[in-house]
Design a protein around this ligand. Structure first.
Ligand code: FES
Ligand code: FES
Length: 209
């Protein structure tokens, strides 16, 4: 397969701005953020499949070996093969952000990444961020600021907020609005989500410990 030259987003563009502009030009995108455009895996390794191929995925610091057909998305591999169901399958087409995971430090839509493309990359999911009794600062801020209702979009939002704060530890309110533009919430919890992110930012921002 021939490699395509990726467009780089202009400085300061939100995720949604960039996605709008790039959607016609990029056929196999994982562009959950402008920065994530740089993390698009190299497809030139050769033809795989159509049968299952053995891959290893590094998820939340643990190596998982599995066999998947090349058509299987990272989201389906996480949910159906590895029982990591925190990332939600909602639109399954890179629109809503409910499936957001972090790949090599950048937020990506797991429904837009093939599992075989994720091999060799460091994946973080909501399950790796915190647990009952030891909530991640972003999770705790979501509780404090009432940033969820039905909760279906919440794992994707928490992961996106974590990735955003790690890149932008001292954001303005406008930065937060634009930076989280790749995640949708049908319950309309945006105000609470923004307050949660700003609250973590005032306590030091970066959430990598
Ligand atoms: S389920 Fe992946 S972006 Fe909506
Ligand atoms: S809290 Fe219900 S979709 Fe966001």
């Amino acid at each position: 397969m021939r490699k395509k030259k990726r467009e780089q987003p202009p400085e300061g563009f939100s995720r949604r701005d960039f996605l709008k502009g790039a959607s016609m030009a990029v056929s196999t995108g994982i562009l959950a953020s402008p920065e994530a455009a740089n993390a698009v895996p190299d497809h030139s390794a050769g033809v795989q499949g159509p049968g299952a191929v053995a891959i290893s995925l590094q998820i939340n610091g643990k190596l998982h070996r599995l066999k998947v057909e090349p058509r299987v998305t990272l989201l389906d591999a996480l949910r159906n093969r590895l029982d990591l169901t925190g990332a939600k399958k909602v639109c399954d087409r890179g629109v809503c952000g409910a499936c957001t995971v972090i790949m090599d430090g950048l937020p990506v839509y797991a429904c837009n990444v093939l599992a075989i493309e994720a091999e060799g990359h460091r994946i973080e999911t909501i399950e790796g961020l915190g647990a009952e009794g030891s909530l991640h600062p972003v999770m705790a801020a979501f509780v404090d600021h009432d940033a969820q209702q039905c909760g279906f979009c919440t794992p994707g939002f928490v992961v996106a907020c974590k990735a955003f704060l790690d890149k932008h530890p001292s954001p303005s309110r406008e930065d937060v609005e634009r930076g989280l533009g790749g995640n949708l919430c049908r319950c309309g919890t945006y105000a609470g989500v923004r307050e949660a992110v700003l609250a973590v930012a005032t306590k030091g921002g970066r959430t990598n410990g």
